[in-house]
Design a protein around this ligand. Structure first.
Ligand SMILES: Cc1cc2nc3c(=O)[nH]c(=O)nc-3n(C[C@H](O)[C@H](O)[C@H](O)COP(=O)(O)O)c2cc1C
Length: 368
C-alpha cells in the first residue's frame, strides 16, 4: 500500500468514518451492528460489497500475514483490494510481533477504517508460529502489539477520536479458553486502562481452540464475559449467527424478549458461514434470494476473483444454507453442474438459465 498504490486508487478512497460512529448510530436505536467475519479465501472485495448491499455495516478482510504484507507489494496487492467508494472495512492481521503488527497497521489504514489482530485462528500451523489462538496464552504480548499499533498510528497522524475523519480503530478477535478466568485476565490486560482502552472493541468467538464448529457456541461463557466487559467496551459475538430471527444469544431480561444490545450487553453480531450461504442474512432474508446472487455476480465483474472461488461462493449461496429455513436455489445435481463448468461465461449463462427456469423471469446476470 505504498504511494504508487495510493495514486492508483486515487484521493477518494481514504475512509473517513470511525467504526465507533457505526456503534453509536446502532446503539441509538438499540440494534446490533451487523458485520461480516474475516474469512480466509472468501472475504474478498466482491463478497464484502455484496453483503454490504444487504445490511452489513462493517466487514473484515480475511486474515493477512503481517510479515508478508509488510515486505511484499505483491502480497499487499493480492491480499487486500479496496475500491474507490469503499464500504467500512477492518483489515485483519496475523502477527506475533509489535513492530510487524504496527507496520501493517500504518500501511493499511489509509485504505481501511481500522485494523484487527487475529487471536482466534486454531489451525496448527498458525499456533506453531505463535499466531492466532496461541496468542490467547500471551496476553502481555497482545497488549504490547495493540499499544505499539496505536502509537505508530498516532505518529503517522491517525487518531482514535471517533469524531475525526482520520480516526481509526484497533481491535482484537478472540476465542475463549477452557478456564474462563484466563480469558477475563486476557481481556483486562488488552483493554488496559478502561478510561482509555487500548482496543476499541473486541470480537468474541465463544468456542475454545479445540471446540469443533459443529458444537454450539458457549452462551454461558459469552453471557459472563458480556456482563463483565460489555459496559466497558463494545463486544461482538462471532459464532452461529445464521438468522436474525433466531439468534444464538438469550436476552438477559425476560426469556421471550428479543435479544438486543440493551438486554445482552453485546453491541454487534458477526457472521461467517451464515453470510457465505446467505449474503442477505442481515437484511432479514431467511434464505438467499436470487437478487443477492445477481449482486454478487455484478460485483465479481467489477472486482474479479478466480473462477473456482466464484463457483464455490455460488454453490454456497444456492445450497440449503445454515438457517432453520431450507430453500436451496439449486438442487444438488444442479450445483454439481455449476462446479464442473470451465469458464466464467459458462457460469454466467448457467446461472441466468437457472434463474429463468426457477423464477419464470429472465435472468439479469449477463446484463452487467
Ligand atoms: C472459511 C472460513 C475462514 C475463516 N477465516 C478466518 C480468518 O481469517 N480470521 C478469523 O479471525 N477467523 C476466521 N474464521 C472464523 C470466523 O471468522 C468465525 O469466527 C467462525 O467461523 C464462527 O462464526 P460462524 O458460526 O458465523 O461461522 C473463518 C471461518 C471460516 C468458515
Amino acid at each position: 500500500m505504498d504511494s504508487a498504490r495510493s495514486e492508483t486508487l486515487g484521493e477518494g478512497v481514504c475512509p473517513t468514518l470511525h467504526p465507533l460512529k457505526i456503534f453509536d448510530a446502532a446503539r441509538a436505536s438499540d440494534r446490533f451492528v451487523y458485520t461480516c467475519a474475516p474469512m480466509v479465501r472468501y472475504g474478498k472485495l466482491a463478497f464484502r460489497q455484496t453483503v454490504h448491499e444487504y445490511g452489513v455495516d462493517l466487514s473484515w478482510t480475511p486474515m493477512i500475514l503481517s510479515k508478508e504484507f509488510n515486505r511484499s507489494q505483491v502480497a499487499r496487492d493480492s491480499d487486500f483490494t479496496t475500491s474507490r467508494n469503499p464500504n467500512p472495512t477492518i483489515v485483519q492481521f496475523g502477527a506475533n510481533d509489535p513492530q510487524e503488527f504496527s507496520r501493517s497497521a500504518t500501511l493499511a489504514v489509509p485504505f481501511a477504517n481500522g485494523v484487527d489482530l487475529n487471536c482466534g485462528c486454531p489451525q496448527s500451523w498458525a499456533c506453531a508460529s505463535s499466531l492466532g489462538a496461541a496468542l490467547m496464552d500471551k496476553r502481555e504480548l497482545v497488549r504490547d502489539m495493540v499499544a505499539e499499533a496505536r502509537e505508530a498510528l498516532r505518529r503517522d497522524g491517525w487518531d482514535r477520536d471517533r469524531e475525526s475523519k482520520r480516526g481509526r480503530s484497533v481491535s482484537v478477535k478472540i476465542r475463549i479458553q477452557k478456564d474462563l478466568r484466563k480469558t477475563v485476565d486476557f481481556i483486562n490486560t488488552v483493554i488496559g486502562n478502561p478510561d482509555e482502552p487500548l482496543v476499541d472493541f473486541i470480537t468474541i468467538h465463544p468456542r475454545t481452540r479445540s471446540t469443533p464448529s459443529t458444537t454450539p457456541i458457549n452462551t454461558e461463557a459469552l453471557a459472563l464475559l458480556a456482563s463483565e466487559f460489555g459496559g466497558k467496551i463494545p463486544l461482538f459475538l462471532s459464532g452461529d449467527v445464521f438468522a436474525v430471527s433466531s439468534l444464538p444469544i438469550p436476552s438477559q431480561t425476560a426469556e421471550d424478549d428479543a435479544p438486543r444490545p440493551s438486554n445482552t450487553n453485546i453491541a454487534g453480531l458477526m457472521a461467517a458461514r451464515g453470510l457465505l450461504c446467505n449474503p442477505a442474512l442481515f437484511a432479514d432474508h431467511p434464505t438467499c434470494p436470487w437478487s443477492a446472487v445477481e449482486s454478487f455476480m455484478r460485483n465479481v465483474a467489477r472486482a474479479p476473483i478466480p473462477l473456482r472461488l466464484v463457483q464455490y461462493h455460488l454453490g454456497e449461496m444456492c445450497g440449503p444454507g445454515m438457517g432453520a429455513e431450507k430453500g436451496a436455489l439449486l438442487d444438488k445435481k444442479e450445483r454439481m453442474v455449476l462446479h464442473g463448468l470451465e469458464s466464467m461465461l459458462d457460469v454466467v449463462d448457467f446461472m441466468d438459465e437457472m434463474r429463468s427456469l426457477k423464477t419464470g423471469r429472465a435472468g439479469g446476470l449477463s446484463r452487467f
